[in-house]
Design a protein around this ligand. Structure first.
Ligand code: 13P
Ligand code: SF4
Length: 362
């Protein structure tokens, strides 16, 4: 949560009190001035700063008014009365805020801040799937762009995907684009799954449960049809990482995100959205954890729970989340960059699926 708008010296002493055990003092000294300026300008502009759990600690604990996972932040964006929302996260999150709050200025403090999952599927891909599987409802992960959400019946996040899939009264569901999330949801709900994708030529392929391509006239038999998108961060964690950690630190609690492979999720003690992971660590009586997700989240947890010891694999980072810096955030507030704009008919088409997402699991 943000620290109050005060001068640089006072800001630095507040930052030291919160973060001296996770951020080097030299870094705090450099960043205190930026934090003080951001908090002053934010007030002046009547702007709300939302911060995803993956933001670096010197930003996460000092400037966002609200922090959380994709679902929590989308809900906050929908109900805020501020004129401007600045999204410290990635583009699809800022777009979701704009879909819900068209009259507000929504800013992303980076030019790109993409996501490998959002980049894995286009609106044309969804249309091709709908043609091949006519009448099958489409659920898309929130990690997609507005054009893709506009083709969907429902949107979901990792914290309500299971509830949304279970609530649908259909024999089959297209669940796009994260192959691993879809497989993990299939596992949790006892459903069968096949996976579709796109060849280098652009042609749609649908594979059976064993991974063999099905002929064009054969749609296979499964409850869910997934897509071959992957999170470039969570796909890198392996069962071996977990086995090694358990061998080195007996009794360590292993926590992962459902964007990791089903094998990794099965080998872990807990899997959930980023906010659920944070909550799990806070609530657990245990002290030692391995957290398999973007490294900064571990720092953010330690900042608030100094008694916990958290192992991470910091060679695996999300380059998109890491595009958001305090420097760019200040520039964003000063110069209104980068403003998210969506064509109104597209926004309206995307709104239905997003509204359904934020309503489920309230
Ligand atoms: P959450 O919805 O769990 O915050 O996940 C967002 C994300 O991009 C994870 O990689
Ligand atoms: Fe996308 Fe993965 Fe980065 Fe999350 S961690 S924003 S899913 S690339």
């Amino acid at each position: 949560m943000a620290i109050e708008a005060v001068g640089t010296a006072e800001t630095l002493s507040k930052m030291r009190a919160l973060l001296s055990h996770v951020v080097p003092d030299a870094e705090l000294q450099i960043k205190a001035e930026l934090v003080a300026e951001i908090n002053a300008l934010k007030k002046e502009r009547n702007a709300l700063i939302l911060g995803h759990n993956y933001m670096e600690p010197a930003l996460f604990h000092t400037v966002p008014d609200l922090v959380g996972d994709s679902l929590g932040l989308a809900r906050e964006a929908a109900r805020t009365h501020y004129d401007t929302i600045i999204f410290c996260g990635v583009r699809f999150m800022a777009e979701t805020a704009k879909i819900l709050s068209p009259d507000k200025t929504v800013l992303l403090p980076a030019k790109e801040a993409g996501c490998s999952l959002a980049a894995s599927i286009t609106a044309d891909d969804v249309r091709a799937l709908k043609e091949r599987f006519p009448g099958v409802p489409v659920v898309v992960y929130v990690n997609t762009y507005a054009e893709v959400k506009a083709e969907a019946d429902y949107c979901c996040t990792s914290s309500n995907a299971v509830e949304i899939i279970q609530s649908l009264k259909s024999d089959r569901v297209l669940f796009l684009p994260d192959e691993y999330l879809a497989k993990n949801v299939a596992e949790e709900t006892g459903k069968t799954i096949i996976v579709a994708g796109k060849e280098d030529s652009g042609a749609l392929t649908v594979k059976d449960a064993g991974g063999a391509p099905l002929p064009a006239h054969d749609n296979g038999e499964s409850d869910l049809i997934g897509w071959h998108g992957r999170c470039e961060v969570h796909e890198q964690f392996t069962v071996e990482d977990i086995t090694n950690a358990r061998a080195q630190f007996p009794g360590i609690e292993v926590i992962t995100h459902p964007e990791s492979s089903p094998e990794v999720v099965a080998a872990a003690d807990y899997s959930g959205s980023t906010t659920r992971m944070v909550q799990y660590v806070k609530d657990s009586p245990k002290k030692h954890f391995l957290i398999l997700t973007e490294c900064s989240m571990g720092d953010n947890i330690i900042a608030e729970n100094p008694e916990k010891e958290i192992a991470r694999i910091c060679s695996v980072r999300c380059p998109h989340m890491n595009e958001i810096t305090l420097e760019d955030l200040l520039l964003s507030l000063r110069e209104n960059v980068t403003e998210i704009e969506l064509e109104e008919s597209l926004r309206k088409r995307a709104l239905t699926s997003v509204e359904r997402m934020i309503a489920v699991g309230r």
